[in-house]
Design a protein. Structure first.
Length: 409
């Protein structure tokens, strides 16, 4: 198939270059025509890579607005630092360009409303490329929930639990945005890896909605300690008063009675885990225990139900993963990166709303500024806006995604 979509890429750090390597130069329906970064060397690296691998002549454009305005760019991908996501996405929508953004939280509720207002004005959606919605367990559990395996779902839990001390502490050397964020903000800064799949499971924005949240944060000790123990880290960080607490817990109440608990845990020693947990009246899925428990099947709970997820793969594997396994898993992060781009392009080709639409993007990103206010106010509850303006109760058929990669009922 010849290339159909001329892609402009904003942000050429770890993720941007990763997507150029693993996705955008691997798909047969994309051609990268322009790239943008504030660093010249990163643009040059991307230009050289595309030339060498595909023979493409890619333009290097230091200003993201100029990249978006180009006639040879149909689709804009925003893989830049968090601060640039909303400005770039809104400008792309205003210029009539399709847009996908990498994950991250917003800086204000106004920014989330800007996304929604711009969609409603332009009818171009901003899809958050939340790859974890397409991971294997998350998709399998979504299917199990839809088939009623766990009964009424009551509590979902998840976390971004990833030791990022080195990435943050070497932020100056690596020119990485996380350092300045941890220095200046205290919030649930990365809610969507766990919230995205949970929101889909709970039909958020399509029959359900997040109503209010409360967040609390521990103090910030991990990064000072890390700087103390590592002589290569800038010594000023040993005593720097970081704003970001090591652990942030957020509880979210939903309209249909469910509770969601999120954990941010990125500056203490630990293994990687998203602690994906779904609890219902008839059983649960637990990533940490690698367990499925169904009361009507298993009877009384027993330790033997640990590590039994593989027994349910065949029966409950999501069709997307059946196909993916058969055809050969591709792309980073175990394949979920590839799938989220498949989902983006499928919606574009079918002229449908994306499976993660602008209302989802805005609602998920809003957790960050709301958590910041709640933490500042001793965990005071914060109302979560209804970005659908009442449509969550009755989203019409034409406002849903019906494709193979659909995440809704
Ligand atoms: N989905 C995932 O699994 C996953 C994994 C890692 C990172 N991410 C996300 O990807 C994004 C990028 O993360 P990263 O680790 O690659 O960061 P990075 O710092 O390595 O890269 C970000 C790049 O954006 C550039 N940039 C910043 N502001 C810009 C602007 N105004 N115009 C043009 N370029 C700009 C920076 O110069 C940098 O090169 C973040 O949103 C992050 O949350 C997602």
């Amino acid at each position: 198939m010849s290339a159909e979509y001329r892609v402009g890429v904003i942000g050429l750090g770890g993720r941007g270059m990763g997507h150029i390597h693993g996705i955008l130069t691997e798909r047969d329906d994309t051609i990268v025509t322009a790239v943008c970064d504030v660093y010249e060397d990163r643009m040059q690296k991307a230009v050289d890579y595309c030339k060498e691998k595909k023979g493409w002549d890619v333009a290097a454009v230091p200003c993201y607005r100029q990249l978006i305005e180009r006639d040879d760019v149909d689709v804009v991908f925003v893989f830049s630092a968090w601060e640039n996501h909303v400005p770039a996405a809104v400008y792309a929508m205003e210029c009539g360009k399709q847009v996908g953004i990498e994950v991250g939280g917003a800086y204000s509720l106004d920014d989330c409303w800007k996304l929604v207002d711009t969609y409603e004005k332009t009818r171009i959606h901003c899809m958050m490329l939340e790859n974890c919605c397409y991971d294997r367990n998350e998709m399998m559990v979504m299917r199990m929930v839809r088939e009623g395996v766990f009964g009424k779902v009551v509590h979902c839990e998840g976390g971004y639990q990833h030791d990022l001390r080195s990435e943050i502490a070497f932020g100056e050397e690596n020119r990485h945005y996380r350092l300045r964020n941890y220095q200046n903000r205290n919030c649930e800064n990365y809610p969507t890896h766990e919230l995205g799949p949970i929101a889909k499971i709970l039909d958020i924005n399509r029959g359900n909605r997040m109503v209010s949240l409360s967040s609390m944060a521990s103090g910030a000790f991990g990064l000072n300690d890390f700087a103390e123990k590592n002589e290569k880290v800038n010594p000023a960080l040993k005593t720097y008063r970081f704003a970001q607490g090591d652990i942030v817990k957020t509880n979210i109440r939903c309209a249909n009675g469910e509770l969601i608990t999120l954990t941010l845990d990125t500056t203490l020693p630990r293994n990687y885990s998203r602690n994906f947990t779904v609890r219902g009246t008839n059983g649960y899925f637990s990533e940490v225990c690698n367990a499925v428990y169904m009361e009507h099947v298993h009877g009384e709970w027993d330790h033997k139900f640990y590590n039994n997820v593989k027994e349910y793969r065949e029966q409950y594997e999501h069709p997307v993963w059946h196909k993916f396994e058969t055809e050969g898993i591709k792309g980073g992060h175990g394949g979920m990166d590839w799938l989220v781009f498949d989902a983006f392009f499928e919606a574009l080709k079918n002229g449908e709303v994306p499976p993660i639409d602008t209302y989802d993007t805005a609602a998920w990103m809003a957790i960050t500024p709301l958590s910041e206010i709640s933490i500042l106010n001793n965990g005071a509850p914060q109302d979560i806006p209804d970005f659908t303006r009442g449509m969550w109760t009755h989203r019409p058929e034409w406002d849903k995604n019906h494709g193979f990669y659909a995440l809704d009922k």
